[in-house]
Design a binder for this molecule. Structure first.
Ligand code: ADP
Ligand code: ARG
Length: 346
């Protein structure tokens, strides 16, 4: 393989940080799972509109290809290679009275974490047998959950297209055919080994073997962020007692995409701020001040519909889980105050 040619307008972190010298030094280096630099960068090479453009096949990828991953991790999270990651999942420390008790702005709240199984490759380097093993072990763990976390696992294989479409449309299930995941090798053997577990009310859900082996999700209508966080923390503890999670002292929970390392947590609201979002610059400035990311209503790489945006914490590594959610809460409080001020109702 030779150094990839990037178009001059390529903005991805891969284009920014992969130099020909780095490429030469790493191109023949493989992890013990046989994962190569070429595989790590394929998504960003195939998709020049990537924002990041790299994926890891295992923990070793982050070590062997650190010359590429470290600057990306620093640029995304502000986390330096000598920094230490800290975890704090104590809901008592979160200051999150409902920022919208009247239900005027926030449609729903969702907090998810990514998790992978310890001592197995991450999705981009996993074999079909290992992926099936992940599914078996995760489902067995989920089946031990009780009370409001008790639910049912629905494999993607055999799910009717209508059910699948409805679950995606209603924001519960991952979409199919993502081209970034495709190039990363994360869609191999699709739909085998993939599925979704959820409780009766669909307030607790687990995606199995999508971008990460687990995406543990707590969600509900409205803006009671503290309740969503508390449920998530219980769910993580319940699953973690059955399935050991891949984790490193330096990078926290290990995930296939470097943007998800650390807490692997994305806490979001779906929110309508019709006045404020007319002034895109002001809207973006408040989000940037609180380290928030703006997504569309169908998640990443989607557009807003009906003036509804997905607002979430951007940083996941080098901040604790409590701090990540607090970023979102504080930003949403200010966004709502600004919307009310513009409406003249503050
Ligand atoms: P992820 O957060 O899991 O990395 P996406 O951005 O693709 O991935 O979002 C996954 C799904 O979750 C999408 O259907 C998206 O609309 C939905 N979602 C995200 N945040 C919320 C929210 N606050 N309320 C309802 N659905 C949400
Ligand atoms: N690889 C994609 C890109 O670079 C997504 C990056 C972050 N999102 C994610 N789901 N991991 O644009």
């Amino acid at each position: 393989m030779t150094y990839p040619t990037f178009s001059t307008d390529c903005q991805s972190m891969l284009c920014r940080f992969l130099t020909p010298e780095m490429f030469e030094a790493l191109k023949d280096v493989q992890t013990s799972n046989g994962f190569t630099l070429e595989q790590a960068i394929r998504s960003g090479v195939d998709n020049p509109d990537s924002s990041i453009g790299v994926y890891a096949g295992d923990e070793e990828s982050y070590i062997l290809y650190a010359a590429l991953f470290d600057p990306i991790i620093e640029a995304y999270h502000g986390f330096h290679p000598t920094d230490a990651h800290r975890s704090d999942l104590d809901p008592a420390k979160l200051k999150a009275p409902n920022p919208d008790p009247e239900g005027e702005f926030i449609l729903s709240t969702r907090i998810r974490v990514g998790r992978n199984v310890a001592d197995l490759p991450l999705g981009p380097a996993i074999t079909r047998e290992q992926r099936d093993e992940v599914e078996r072990r995760v489902v067995a763990g989920l089946e031990t959950l009780t009370g409001d976390l008790a639910g049912t696992y629905y494999p993607l294989t055999g799910m009717s297209p209508e059910t699948q479409r409805a679950l995606i449309e209603d924001h519960f299930l991952f979409k199919e055919g993502d081209r970034f995941l495709e190039s990363a090798g994360l869609n191999r053997d699709w739909p085998s080994g993939r599925g979704i577990y959820h409780n009766h009310d669909k307030t607790f859900l687990v995606w199995v073997n999508e971008e990460d082996q687990m995406r543990i999700i707590s969600m509900q209508p409205g803006g009671d962020i503290a309740e969503v966080f508390r449920r998530l923390v219980r769910a993580i503890a319940g699953i973690g007692s059955q399935v050991p999670f891949a984790r490193s002292a330096h990078l926290g929970y290990l995930t296939s995409c470097p943007t998800n390392l650390g807490t692997a947590m994305r806490a979001s609201v779906h929110i309508a701020l019709p006045k404020l979002t007319e002034d895109r610059e002001r809207f973006e400035a408040i989000c940037a001040k609180h380290h928030l990311q703006i997504r569309g209503v169908h998640g990443e790489h989607s557009e807003s519909e009906g003036g509804v945006y997905d607002i979430s914490n951007l940083r996941r590594l080098g901040v604790t889980e409590v701090e990540a959610v607090q970023d979102m809460v504080d930003g949403v409080v200010e966004l709502i105050a600004e919307e009310k001020r513009l409406r003249g109702t503050a």
